[in-house]
Design a protein around this ligand. Structure first.
Ligand SMILES: Cc1cc2nc3c(=O)[nH]c(=O)nc-3n(C[C@H](O)[C@H](O)[C@H](O)COP(=O)(O)O)c2cc1C
Length: 330
């Protein structure tokens, strides 16, 4: 199985981590592992695969997150994903939305360990040489995670899972929206660290509320194999992705600035515009590029007001970039 470095990854985020976002993130960090949005196994099997799964070669290493609970379907979808070139397949066991619950997948599967075992063992059998991981919560509803989480992990491990990402809070399936479920249930980082001690041979990655690389490095020093960051990386890509290769992966900083990255992203945008992609589908992901820098509000305003207009082209992005005061760092 090809080795994928799990030390830092960007979380799967529906409507956010699409292929345009991932290209932008990859230009900021060569090493950080990127995840797709969740795509259901049914859509992968029956839908327009090119539209759903297409990605840019520069995105590697990139993982595909699948939602589903039918062992045949998830294993078939995994095979399709690997044939498409994804480096890892991740099964979603943490999403609490109603739509996902009615399809009986996502977080609700934490109550169905035997079914999860069947899904994972079949996925492993179908794509023998690929890395299969899961992303779960500490538990759901009235489960006591101190008891149920280690028992659940034992199922995952016995099915042959190659890595477990734990969003360090419970999901409450009734009464909270998915957004509230990302903030309201308490974070319990200690329990995740405890799981790594209990299952030292298993790759365990922590997720939830991690805001910067200093915190990330602290978790790595605590023994965890990796840290997954979602919202903070999306909103402040310069604080996380632009510094990740040096601060997490100990690579020499290749003097990249946000301005250099955006110059490269402009080339990507021009190619995509020629293929018919709308400008705002790409620029929506760079609105936070200069957060905290003089001119950043102006940058955002030019993009927000103009990028959605019919015929909007690269000149909109270039004008926006010109409004930001560049110092050495940017
Ligand atoms: C807009 C949005 C969409 C999300 N979509 C997914 C998803 O498709 N699959 C998934 O496993 N988690 C999803 N999540 C949850 C994140 O992967 C992550 O677990 C959560 O945001 C906590 O990490 P953070 O505090 O670093 O953001 C989503 C989060 C956000 C903000």
């Amino acid at each position: 199985m090809p080795k994928i470095d799990p030390r830092l990854s960007i979380a799967p985020m529906m409507n956010w981590t699409d292929r345009h976002c991932r290209v932008f993130h990859r230009l900021l960090s060569k090493k950080t592992l990127l995840y797709s949005e969740m795509i259901t196994s049914g859509a992968i099997i029956n839908g327009n695969r090119d539209q759903l799964l297409r990605f840019n070669e520069i995105e590697h290493p990139v993982a595909l997150q699948i939602g589903g609970s039918n062992p045949w379907e998830v294993s078939e979808a995994s095979k399709i994903g690997i044939d498409f070139g994804y480096d890892e397949i991740n099964l979603n066991l943490g999403c609490p939305s109603d739509r996902v619950q009615s399809g009986c997948f996502g977080a609700t599967l934490m109550k169905e360990p035997k079914l999860v075992f069947d899904c994972l063992s079949r996925m492993k059998k179908e794509v023998k040489n690929a890395k299969i991981t899961v992303k779960c919560r500490l538990g759901v509803d009235d489960q006591d995670p101190e008891v149920t989480l280690p028992a659940f992990l034992e199922y995952l491990i016995s099915a042959g899972v190659d890595g477990i990402i734990i969003h360090a809070r419970k999901a409450l399936l009734k009464g909270l929206t998915p957004k509230q479920n990302r903030d309201i249930p308490n974070l319990d980082y200690e329990l995740v660290i405890e799981m790594k001690k209990r299952f030292p041979q298993t790759e365990i990655v922590i997720n939830g509320g991690i805001n910067n690389l200093t915190e990330a490095n602290r978790f790595l020093n605590d023994g965890l194999d990796g840290v997954m960051i979602g919202r903070a990386a999306y909103y402040n890509p310069h604080h996380i992705l632009l510094l990740a290769d040096k601060e997490i992966f100990e690579k020499e900083l290749v003097n990249t600035t946000m301005k250099d990255v955006l110059a490269q992203f402009c080339e990507y945008i021009e190619c995509e515009l020629e293929r018919g992609t709308r400008l705002n589908k790409m620029t929506r992901h760079i609105l936070g590029a200069f957060n905290g820098v003089s001119g950043s509000r102006h940058f955002r305003r030019i993009l927000s007001q103009n990028a959605h207009r019919p015929g909007a082209d690269i000149s909109v992005v270039k004008e926006a970039i010109d409004k930001v005061c560049h110092n050495r760092y940017w």
